[in-house]
Design a protein around this ligand. Sequence first.
Ligand code: HEC
Length: 297
Amino acid sequence: MISSTVGRSGVTGLRVLALAALALAAANLGGGVAQAKTNAKEPQDVSFSFEGPLGHFDQAELQRGFKVYAEVCSACHSMNLLSYRDLAQPGGPFWDPKHPNIAPAQSPFAKAIAAQYQVPDIDPDTGDVIQRPATAADHFKAPFANEYAARAANGGALPPDLSVIARAREGGPAYIYSLLLGYEDAPAGLTVPDGKYYNPYMAGDMSSYWKGPKDKVPEGGFIAMARQIIDDRVQFDDKTPSTSANEAHAVATFLAWAADPHQVERKQTGIAVMLFLFVFTLLTYLSYRRIWRNIAH
Ligand code: HEC
């Protein structure tokens, strides 16, 4: 196929090919280097209610996950792409199926949650920067005013925005779950730099901190986030035991929802389309039989 393309479009085709080859080589180089240096552990094989074609978000777990984010993670991590009203959109943690006609921005749940936060604004009379209670239409309050403040408070490391982190990391929610629970003592022979922690699920290059044999560098990397999830860190309102596993599972579920809130609707549409196609095929076949029934063919 490639040679026929070259033959037909001549020099332009060759140039395109050469460029593509260059791009491929560059991509390979990048990938190769990253692969050689990082050997993070595979995320744990943990199951989530929203997996598979019939999966759905467990609303109670989404609420618990939001609570973990609000009480723990939001001290350092922003979620800039979310507004408080998004929490009340269909399928969201505070969606109320009994009152489907209430717009998310009017949801009493979204309003009550927003009202707990003070956000910066400008006083239209004086032009001064003021703080006012958030409304459901406001974006989630960010913990730091800007990146410099965020880095200064975290030993130079930037806590990434968590809005789409579940899609930005390979392994998604299973990775987040494993990372949050994966902290362990560094293996003997590994020097952990100041302000960093060893985590076997984190990607990184630890070879220069390792005193053992060069081909036996331990799995994982260093992370500038200390362990956050421990038993009883968050008290759940629905009497779910506050084990670290439940807390990590709930926040991973919440972050998966935030990164792709319409995935359940999408799957349901897919199933409806498949059913329709199946019925349509059957009808077409039956009418074919009927039309040709008395005709020799
Ligand atoms: C005390 C501040 C702090 C808190 C609280 C905190 N984090 Fe972090 N987090 C950080 C910092 C700093 C980094 C960047 C680490 C690095 O680059 O080494 C980070 C990185 C991460 C990463 C990215 C790891 C990667 O693959 O690069 C995830 C995911 C994450 N945090 C999730 C959470 C969750 C979920 C919570 C709440 C349960 C939480 N964090 C609470 C400071 C915090």
